[in-house]
Design a protein around this ligand. Sequence first.
Ligand code: C2E
Ligand code: CA
Ligand code: CA
Length: 299
Amino acid sequence: DQDIDSATVFVRNANHAMLSAKRSSTQSIVVFSDEVEGVYLRKVHLRDKLHRALRADELDVAYQPIINNSTGKIAKFEALARWHDPELGTIYPDEFIAIAEEFGLISLLGQFVLDRALADLYSLHSKGYADVGMAVNRSASEFNHLLQPVEHIIQALKRHDIETDKLTIEVTESASINAQHQVDSQLNKLREQGVKVALDDFCTGYSSLSHLIDVRADYIKIDKSFTQEILTKRKHQVVIASVIKIASELQMEVIAEGVEALEQQQVLLQYGCHFSQGYYYSKPVPLVNAIELLRKYNN
Ligand code: C2E
Ligand code: CA
Ligand code: CA
């Protein structure tokens, strides 16, 4: 019995090792270890739990305000997925989004967040805050996997009776040029219908200035790792100031993410940054608290 168990474990490890070797672009030697085993088991456990939680509508969405720097009011909220499991506790998005992407659950998750966020936006509108918008994150892989990614989003807007320009889709630049072309053409279709597009995590990873000219997004989001060095690092200051200048000339607006201190906000204002988001204003909060924030900032 014990032998059969360890044989099963062995085959599974071998499989996993082979898959991760295939996935990495360079030639690699894969070593079995308890660590690999542990990481793999947690992943599979989380995948099963996430699948169940999604089917049972057990995930939550938190909302973080994005402030319009010329009015001081909340322009929109960013919807961020939240998962609290009774057994495992809070699992962070960086972990479960990666799992959802790896195991083909990202479309299900994306659909859940979009639906919940639009339903909640409708209730904010009916409380008298009709100008407020909503930003939702989308992984590049969602645009490649879903059959009609654009139709999905437009249908959801209709279902919830929300105008297209009240929704912003946030996407991060992807590693492969091919995948990026796919995503760009879907994003352009969305923009033709009036939906806004934001380039997320700008200044990190694969984002490039030349892409700014091709993609024609509505917003550029400066990643928090850059905002957080705005007072301390010359290089970060120069990049942020330049991105704001170039984006503005291309009729795009800039959102600085991760603003935690008044001094950072003051520098951003001086550079002409259009929007700010971060703990300085509020952490991502449940809907009831989002309504309180609107009372505070938008009345
Ligand atoms: P992101 O889109 O770059 O979101 C910003 C992250 O920074 C959020 O982390 C937010 O809580 C955090 N943050 C905001 N302001 C501050 C600040 O002032 N200081 C610091 N230190 N952090 C701040 P979170 O909620 O853990 O989400 C992590 C990432 O997971 C997101 O990064 C996004 O890429 C992804 N994600 C979250 N929800 C979804 C979703 O529904 N769909 C997809 N595809 N991805 C999602
Ligand atoms: Ca985002
Ligand atoms: Ca970011």
